[in-house]
Design a protein around this ligand. Sequence first.
Ligand code: SAH
Length: 362
Amino acid sequence: MKPLHLTALLPAELCEFVAALGEPPFRARQIFAGIHHRRLRSLDEMTDLPKELRAKLGERTVVSTLRLESRFLSTDGTRRYLFKTHDNLPVETVFIPEEHRDTICFSSQSGCPLQCTFCLTAQLGLLRNLTAGEIVEQIAIALNDAYGVGVRTPRGTNLVGMGAGEPFLNFEALMKAIRIMSEPSGLHVVPNRVTISTAGVVPRIRELATIPKRPHLAVSLAAPTDELRNQLMPINKKWPLKELLSACKDFEKSLKPGERFTFEYVMLDGVNDSDVHARQLANLLNRHQLRAKINLIPHNPAEPLPYQPSSGSRIEAFREILESKDIHVFVRRPRGRDILAACGQLAARESSSLLRGNHVVG
Ligand code: SAH
């Protein structure tokens, strides 16, 4: 029988499990704090539990299931972790140190079923959905490595669901992981520091809007027309721009005052980065009058992807056109490109030697 993964349980579920073992509820609270607040990775380290209880739990449960396979350190301080699941599938997590608040980018699936032509993860295909426990573990391990076991950063940490996989195709596990991580007696991640990025799974955008303490939403656009988006992101054939933007418009009703949601737009040299594309994009967003901002992401190249990033001056010109039409624009600085840790580069690569060296500028 597969052992029960304790990290995947909400406090109430842990209580129920502990009660079934004939133990009082405070033991569940101790275990929950041990896993999530103190970020201990095994029962043996929870020395506040009686030895017999640890032995009893050890027979049927496990705290940690991810095995750290490699850890890569970028010249810009970004760290990429390559884990293996109990069934030997790759999971990648990225820690991005920043001046004001650090960011952890986690994966929601091993591999990805979407076939975005500019993304290296697509080449893996979908291996499987990650469990809520596997999602939580990625963050706990990255936090321990960055700050020390159980140590909290005084500035809090941003979490982004922008690693491998399409989070909205693993919605239940994702939302459960966020609920577990939000528990004040545990990791105490504040949902409004969490951003989930989707390639455009329309029904889930609407569903997210109904969740009271929901994370922020980012939507990957990559193209201003259906014709081009169909080529770059085949998911567009299922949910074309009209449907996607209408779901975004509905989502807007759930925004708090001053809050905007985000569009991401990967900048591919000579593909989607012309003045015409910029004007089409501005018109598309203005036509729907969306309370959104747009992040321009210079393409992160990796063999065998057939694209190159737009030049800095092209990105500037693109940005100026959007701004002249009153769109809020940010240009993202690539992080961790040299270790294949940047957006769209997660493909469980052991080494970064396949990267085209002359484009490593991040
Ligand atoms: N499946 C989700 C989340 C993962 S991708 C989604 O599509 O949103 C996270 C972001 O990285 C997306 O905005 C995606 O468009 C972008 N991205 C993918 N490949 C990239 C690449 N090679 N260079 C730059 N950004 C990329």
